[in-house]
Ligand binder design. Sequence first.
Ligand code: F6P
Ligand code: MN
Length: 317
Amino acid sequence: MKNKLIYDSDVIGMTVIMVSVILKEHLKAIDTELASLILTISKTAVGIKERLPYMRGIAETQNIYGELQSALDLWTDQLFIEEFRKLGLVNKVASEEQKNLARLNDNGRFFVTSDPFDGSSNLPSNNLVATIVGVYEKDFYTEGRNQVAALYVLYGPVLSLVYTVGEGVHEFLYKPSKKEFILENENKRLPEKGKLCGFGGSRKDWLPPFRKFAEELEEEGLKVRYSGAFAADINQILHYGGIFAYPALKEKLYGKGKLRLLFEANPISFVMEQAGGASSNGKRSILEVKPTSLDQRIPIYVGNENLIKRLERALKG
Ligand code: F6P
Ligand code: MN
């Protein structure tokens, strides 16, 4: 057994060689420009994580959806845009926090969507917050299936980054002592049997077929976990399996869903489908929906494929 590569440092009496793969190395397998873009996002996220404790205030402004912005919504948004500008590879940025597109470089190859600070209503209670990014070439007005990359960062107890370029899903954890993102899970797949469910909105505002479906799952023993930050809720589905939904609610509330197709639903659906899961707007994959506007909302159901198929049947009635 001597000199054999093993990963379990508890094993006694054998030579243990811990192999750490850093993000930069892992990205050598992909297109170099796309790799630089992902690295830029990862470095920007490290800076955000460091400043987070000092910037928890509310700004006096609203975003395009009429939501009150936090200082961090504004600052992270500007920071990502600035870093993309310096990189020179980004043509335009569509951001959840901006009314207009940020036009950075007419010759840039990438069209980037940004939800720079997902879950900002979690700030007062010190719960999780995140960044969600989608990357396209040529245009934003295309199906999510055409993303060339998608990723999210969680500003959790440990800073983490999950990315896909269409060849599986990879998760990295940031080690401050090494100042590097270290590979934690390569080709991460949803567990076959889902354990969790997390549904947005109030039960009284759910439409009857969805309510019935949700109650069935709870009866079957799926545990309810809902955090209020989309990317964080998705990360637990990635790890424990199950289903997350922010369903269509009664018309006056969010008849068309609450979450945003470009900024949230598309990147997350790309990650989930690449991890062996499925996404749906209630009828078909989110990634097959062609956006008609940048600020479009969409009902979203994501998780284990069997649950998503079952949900689609349940909504059909
Ligand atoms: O960005 C919108 C968002 O904050 C998501 O991160 C989250 O899933 C959802 O809205 C939470 O909404 P609610 O406060 O209605 O539960
Ligand atoms: Mn968000």
